[in-house]
Design a protein around this ligand. Structure first.
Ligand code: ARG
Ligand code: ZN
Length: 876
């Protein structure tokens, strides 16, 4: 029996007993036998109370220790203890030089943590605890060190060799090898270390900071992808300018590099001066990349760049503080994207993801506060909660303080803590100190998991011309937290008169932020002459579920009149949810499905309004996803949700056919593709119209879709047509164009990934067999996370009717894949488990089938900590 992994606790945090002032690394890169020599200048930490002489270093069990010395004295085996997780050296002096030589095998590294090879390119991923897979070290973010890195490798295979900071020396070595030394002047924790070596090509540009520093910008990729780097470069320069203008943050080195690699567990990594990116988050060209892809590149390039301040200059004390850098940085990148494009569209997109995926996480067995109190494996905590809810919490501080005080708070945070490893508490304190606001109760957002629920009721008293809004808050129990204290919640509201005009509120404006502190609180508005319609939680001012007894008429009224763009969309969502939920009940009781014309009529008004942003029209017309309706359900009835949603789509298509045709035609295409907001908006509305038209089942529209597929001058339109045809169940036509698509794009891996995912998410019957066949296709590779996500994760997370097939085949399939991936790549395996962890939300028969598969994973033995944590918590 291997020992069961144990949790570690925030309350046990202790400052490090030793510090590392200098880290000199030498890498001799060689397939299957890479030597890593480390020379660490160390000393006892004067701030530590542990007066210990025992040095404990972390080091993965795969490190082969060749040599260890302290102050040039080679140690014998009785001077140190090598165990599974590291190295213990007894009797070290106050100050010393520790030298180690280890051998590692990057080619055997399928976990993609530490040093590995991605398609012949050596690269590293050290966050959170990957550095210990490279060498023995104090692998914790509060140990910050100056790094100097020498890389030696074969000159032909690895002409480019990169690390953090600036190159300071290079030369030739024997046997056709060469070397280079990089020095990073900024002290950093090991998780920000990076090394890259390979046959890479680059595009170059240049940026002059507001303070006059000239910065060389280099983006590296494989030669065949060189033509797909311009958008990332433009996004990078936009991000650098924006961070100066909005946060007063300048770049601090003479060179900034990005490298694109195809094998990567996540999106990208903010290593100091040398960001490593998943190709999916950096390559972009009109031919191969959809609008969504372009937006992702812009957002992720900015996100990683922004980390240079929110993460690198000021970093995390320990991994419980992860949201300190991630929540704040997501907030920063989403404001950036909003500023450069459409703020309302961006808000709708962010809220949609939050309410679908994060709310579900917060209601499941892995629910955790944005400042967790414990974890088993930190890699499991790169979650929607840490990132997206974390960003919402920062956004609420911004809302409560206002933009100016928030900026003073961020300035104070950066200046007070520059060069330090700090906590979320330090962030909140800086915000308090700069603004004079008391955020004591607000801190509950950091410590409590779960999505708060607001129940709003109102009354109007004509005699006293008084309108009262009563808001009650509650928060469901989550694992380990039965009772929740009341939150401090900013609720932005407006009041509409019967003409749809905003009333002027006590603050003299038409939107006011009510601050909720109590479990129930009443807000009074006087001088009101008729009962207003409240527009609640404008801009989604807090990550909560809000209930107010809106009538369907209220909602159509808000859809056309609310001055808050977000809430106009929200009214449409609420109306659609309301109608879908009623029909789901009808379906479950065997009643005939009938859709009255109210939703279609409301959509007609929206389609006819030429003043509206087409992107918003497209969003209003898109019904809430099956995943969102599932999240709102007490018991998720997969088949009812799918059938009813399809029924409503079809009815709307029949009712609004003429309007959809007109809108489709009105959204004219440009000859030259551009990923600007207006063009993206036109394409998205056009494709929403096309997808409805296909629901009519008319041959004309199949032909229209096929024509679009063949004539499109960009990936957005051709892929949308492909998706629509395949998912509408035109099997023959679908097979033909899937085949053509593959032939055309077989040497563009990112396009092939889309091809896999269109097929895996197809709701038509029998798709699992097809997915299983695709696992043996040349396009699939179990070791490449992007392939696993495109095929396996798309099937399990984007194809509810097939994944939840009542014969249990989908669950069995997933468990089989997890058992394989648990050995190859624990991080990816553990993420894939998610759909099974939600078993409590389904009917008893599905619950049984899902639990059985979770149990089978447990019984398969030798679980990684990653998979063990998720599976055991979800069975608990
Ligand atoms: N810090 C990175 C980001 O948010 C993500 C960490 C990557 N981690 C990983 N295991 N690949 O941008
Ligand atoms: Zn990040």
């Amino acid at each position: 029996m291997t020992k069961q992994p144990e949790a570690i606790y925030l309350k046990d945090y202790q400052v490090p007993a030793f510090l590392i002032d200098h880290t000199e690394l030498r890498f001799e890169l060689e397939a299957s036998r890479t030597l890593v020599k480390a020379r660490l200048t160390m000393r006892c930490n004067p701030d530590s109370h542990q007066k210990t002489r025992v040095l404990e270093l972390q080091g993965d069990k795969a490190l082969r220790l060749c040599r260890v010395s302290v102050n040039d004295q080679v140690l014998n085996e009785q001077d140190y203890k090598r165990h599974d997780q590291g190295l213990e050296i007894s009797h070290v002096p106050d100050e010393f030089i520790l030298e180690t030589v280890v051998e590692i095998d990057p080619d055997q590294n399928t976990a993609l943590e530490g040093l590995y090879r991605s398609d012949g390119i050596y690269c590293t991923q050290c966050e959170a605890e990957g550095f210990r897979r490279i060498t023995f070290y104090l692998d914790r973010p509060d140990v910050m060190s100056i790094f100097s890195t020498t890389i030696e490798a074969d000159k032909t295979a690895y002409p480019v060799m990169l690390s953090n900071g600036n190159p300071v020396a290079q030369g030739e070595a024997d046997d056709g090898r060469h070397w280079i030394t990089w020095e990073d002047p900024h002290p950093k924790p090991a998780y920000l270390f990076a090394l890259v070596a390979g046959d890479l090509k680059r595009v170059e540009d240049q940026y002059t900071t507001s303070g006059g520093r000239d910065v060389a910008l280099h983006i590296y990729a494989a030669n065949k992808d060189l033509n797909k780097l311009d958008y990332a470069m433009q996004s990078l320069k936009n991000a650098m300018r924006w961070d100066e203008e909005v946060y007063g943050r300048e770049y601090d080195l003479d060179i900034f590099m990005i490298v694109a690699v195809d094998f990567f567990n996540m999106g990208a990594m903010e290593n100091k001066g040398l960001n490593v990116f998943n190709t999916s988050c950096v390559l972009a060209s009109p031919d191969t990349t959809t609008d969504l892809g372009f937006q992702r590149v812009e957002g992720v390039v900015a996100h990683e760049y922004f980390h240079n301040w929110s993460g690198n200059r000021v970093t995390c004390r320990d991994w419980f503080q992860l949201s300190l850098k991630e929540g704040f940085t997501v907030f920063r990148d989403s404001e950036f994207s909003a500023d450069l494009n459409s703020p309302t569209v961006k808000r709708v997109e962010d809220v949609t993801v939050l309410r679908t995926a994060q709310f579900a996480e917060d209601a499941g067995p892995m629910a955790h506060p944005i400042l967790p109190a414990s974890f088993i494996e930190i890699a499991n905590f790169y979650t929607m909660t840490i990132y997206e809810k974390g960003a919402e919490v920062v956004r609420m501080i911004h809302t409560l303080l206002g933009a100016d005080a928030f900026r003073q708070g961020s300035d104070l945070y950066f200046s007070r803590h520059d060069g330090q490893a700090v906590t979320t508490e330090d962030f909140v304190k800086a915000m308090e100190d700069a603004s004079g606001r008391d955020l004591t109760q607000f801190r509950n957002w950091y410590h409590q998991a779960g999505t708060p629920v607001l129940a709003v009721s109102d009354e109007f008293d004509a005699a006293s011309q008084t309108y009262r809004l009563t808001v009650a808050q509650s928060c469901p129990a989550t694992p380990g937290q039965a009772i929740k204290a009341a939150y401090h919640i900013p609720v932005a509201i407006g009041l509409l008169d019967s003409e749809g005009e905003d009333l002027v509120l006590p603050n003299g404006k038409t939107t006011q932020v009510l601050e909720l502190h109590d479990s129930e609180q009443t807000f009074e508005f006087t001088g009101i002459t008729e009962k207003p319609v409240p527009s609640l939680l404008r801009g989604f001012s807090a990550p909560v579920k809000l209930h107010y007894p809106y009538t369907r008429d209220n909602l159509t009224f808000l859809m056309s009149h609310d001055s808050d763009g977000f809430n106009r969309w929200e009214a449409a969502q609420k109306l659609a949810v309301n109608i879908l939920q009623a029909l789901i009940e009808d379906f479950q009781h065997g009643r005939e499905l009938v859709l009255d014309s109210q939703l279609g009529d409301a959509f007609k008004v929206v389609l006819a309004n030429v003043d509206l942003d087409k992107a918003m029209v497209a969003k209003v017309l898109s019904l809430p996803s099956e995943a969102y309706i599932s999240e709102l359900s007490d018991v998720i009835d997969v088949d009812a949700i799918h059938t009813v949603r399809q029924f409503v789509r079809q009815q709307l298509a029949l009712q609004l056919e003429a309007e959809f045709v007109a809108s489709y035609q009105a959204c004219t295409l440009e000859d030259i593709y551009s990923p600007d907001a207006a063009s993206i908006a036109r394409r998205s509305l056009r494709n929403v119209c096309l997808s409805y038209l296909m629901e009519t089942g008319k041959q004309d529209f199949l032909e229209l879709a096929l024509k679009q597929f063949h004539e499109a001058n960009n990936m957005t339109d051709s892929q949308a047509a492909l998706y629509i045809v395949v998912h509408s169940g035109y099997q023959k036509a679908g097979e033909v164009i899937l085949d053509q698509f593959y032939q055309r794009w077989s040497d563009e891996p990112l396009v092939v990934n889309q091809w896999l995912s269109v097929q895996a998410s197809n709701p038509q019957a029998g798709v699992l067999t097809h997915v299983e066949a695709l696992m043996n296709h040349e396009a699939f590779n179990m070791r490449n996370p992007n392939k696993v996500r495109s095929l396996i994760a798309s099937f399990c997370a984007q194809n509810p009717v097939n994944f939840h097939a009542i014969d249990g085949s989908g669950y069995r399939f997933l468990a089989d894949q997890i058992i394989v991936l648990n050995k190859l790549n624990p991080q990816i395996a553990s993420r894939l488990v998610t759909p099974l962890t939600r078993w409590k939300r389904y009917s008893a028969d599905r619950q049984g089938l899902m639990r059985k598969e979770l149990q089978r994973i447990t019984d398969s033995g030798d679980l990684s900590r990653d998979v063990f944590e998720v599976v055991s918590k979800s069975l608990a």
